[in-house]
Design a protein around this ligand. Structure first.
Ligand code: HEM
Length: 272
């Protein structure tokens, strides 16, 4: 490969890394803020989850877009790493190796570990493959409100004793007692309960905490690299960019790990 085409493709690859990385950073910031709503209680969190599910085709377009970004980001990073290795005939000398920060040297490895974590995460919460019983949680929403319907067991002795004045409604073949006149009745995925039951398991929580901390290290360097690719490399601004990207990474990590921690300590979902 000629030097010119090598340079061209490396520059192009860096731009692919920067643009796809930027989209993934925006997603993770949105995902952290969205999921932080779990601290506001079951109704707020499930309404948010139902809103996302209700996006229908738009959700699929977003999912496909994110998937394309992720695959491009991963393939390009491996390609750049291989190009980098083949361009360097001898291994780094000890001194220059030390100069590069640990986070920048380990980007490819934190990236691969995050990819593995994400695969587990999607199987866990999106597909419900790893914990099908915890995943299969639903709640009844009456007139747009949750928590106002109580399931009546399908037991002839209990059914015979129900007071005639009791308001009831049937949703998905199950009978519920309700405290108000029913205008709309539906079931929705109880994402709150699913997440709470999931993080009650300390090993699951630990896997998430480690995954999110790795993501934090990856993010802090990734944002700095994005600015460098875009040409923002100035003695005046670079320290600000470094501090800003570190701060953003710490905020994202704190937001996300607060979820398993508050659940493990019973501050969130303690009544379930
Ligand atoms: C403690 C941290 C996290 C929590 C509580 C959390 C929670 C969730 C939940 C509940 C869903 C499923 C939403 C639904 O189907 O209704 C989900 C999906 C997803 N999460 Fe996370 N997440 C966390 C960390 C992460 C991290 C670190 C990443 C990226 C590396 C990530 C990427 C995704 C993606 C790509 C989806 C699929 C979105 C979709 O298909 O609609 N999450 N997350």
């Amino acid at each position: 490969m000629g030097l010119l085409s090598y340079l061209k493709s490396t520059i192009l690859s860096k731009w692919v890394m920067a643009i796809t990385g930027c989209i993934l950073v925006l997603f993770i910031c949105g995902h952290a803020v969205g999921n932080l709503q779990i601290l506001l209680g079951s109704d707020t969190y499930n309404t948010y989850a139902a809103f996302l599910q209700g996006l229908g085709e738009i959700l699929w377009i977003i999912r496909i877009g994110l998937f394309v970004c992720l695959v491009l980001h991963l393939i390009t990073s491996i390609r750049l790493k291989l190009l980098n290795n083949s361009a360097r005939p001898t291994a780094y000398q000890y001194k220059s190796f030390l100069k590069a920060k640990l986070t920048s040297r380990t980007m490819i490895w934190t990236g691969i570990m995050i990819f593995a974590f994400l695969t587990y995460h999607l199987l866990h919460f999106t597909a419900g493959v790893t914990n099908p019983v915890e995943y299969d949680q639903h709640e009844v929403v009456i007139n747009g409100k949750s928590g106002i319907a109580q399931e009546i067991p399908n037991d002839p002795r209990i059914l015979a004793q129900l007071p005639p004045t009791l308001q009831t409604t049937t949703v998905d073949g199950k009978l519920y007692a309700v405290q108000e006149e029913v205008k709309t009745a539906e079931t929705r995925h109880d994402v709150y309960k699913m997440v709470v039951l999931g993080f009650r398991n300390p090993i699951t929580s630990l896997v998430y905490i480690i995954g999110v901390i790795l993501l934090g290290f990856h993010l802090s360097h990734a944002i700095q690299s994005m600015f460098q690719t875009a040409g923002f490399n100035h003695p005046k601004y670079t320290p600000w960019i470094i501090q800003g990207s570190n701060a953003l990474a710490v905020i994202v990590v704190l937001c996300l790990i607060s979820i398993p921690i508050t659940i493990l300590t019973g501050l969130v979902g303690g009544t379930i």
